[in-house]
Ligand binder design. Sequence first.
Ligand code: AMP
Length: 316
Amino acid sequence: MPILSLGTIALDRVSTPAGRVEEAVGGSAVFFCAAASLLSEVRVVGVVGDDYPLLELDFLRERGVDFGGVAQLPGPSFFWSGEYSEDFRSRTTLETRPGVLADFDPRVPEGWRDSTMIFLGNTDPGLQLALLDRTEGPSLVVADTMNYWIEETREALMRLLARIDVLLVNDEEAVQLSGADDLAKAAACIRSLGPSVVVIKRGEAGATLYGAGWSHSCPSFAPDRLRDPTGAGDAFAGGFMGRLEREGRHDRVALCRAAAFGAAAGSFAVEDFSVERFRSLTVDELAARARAIALAAPPPAGTSGAEAARLSGRQR
Ligand code: AMP
């Protein structure tokens, strides 16, 4: 069944040591779809302004992404501008302009409400909660967030955490959200707020999944070239969820295997600006890279039935 996703559909101005782009298509939903659509069908809920170059997203439509939940409103699209340091390791947000996102009320088309897998991409937690309220008992809810929302909308974010199964965050965000001074403690603290599993991404150091009494570290893959790290986190989410949907299960083993697809998708995202690398990327290339990652750190064997039941039994 298609993944139901929510996130920003943005225009990005990005400057990195490898170059600069203006008004490039981006946003958490766009990077998510670029990766997830290689593995699964995806439904998108979001908003664009009347300035958005929708034709740029045709390659996603051709791959089966359904934009039936995207509203076009009069006004400017969500705009984000960021700049990377000389070594690409740190990023400064120069400007965030919500535009039409500020007045957006997400509508879930009638036939989409019973979607079983939901991805709440990085956006206002109030919108993430509203989308959840308009769905009917999904079996897996994965969410992403970032420093901006942790600072600005902490209370809504806490309400969201109580209703999700998996949270994806980077290391700095995990520390900021929990107040803990190391990542294992941060994950334990975040898990106590709701999600059964927390995935902490550490850029080129890889990602670690933390569950009840277990953790699994998945290495990153050195990309062929590094041009623009923007969207790597959202692409990770796309590879991760696309793989889970394809496997049709989300127990510990499936989650660990899916992380390799997330890491592979993230490593492709950074090879070019915006979603350029995904225009020509094939599922075979993605799978080959995921296999190489999984070989470097094999996921656990076997399935924990109790864990699978816990993950799918949450009351929302
Ligand atoms: P990432 O590099 O994975 O953090 O994602 C970068 C993408 O997130 C860019 O395409 C931005 O348009 C988008 N973005 C930046 N700030 C926000 C925000 N506060 N909420 C949602 N999306 C954002």
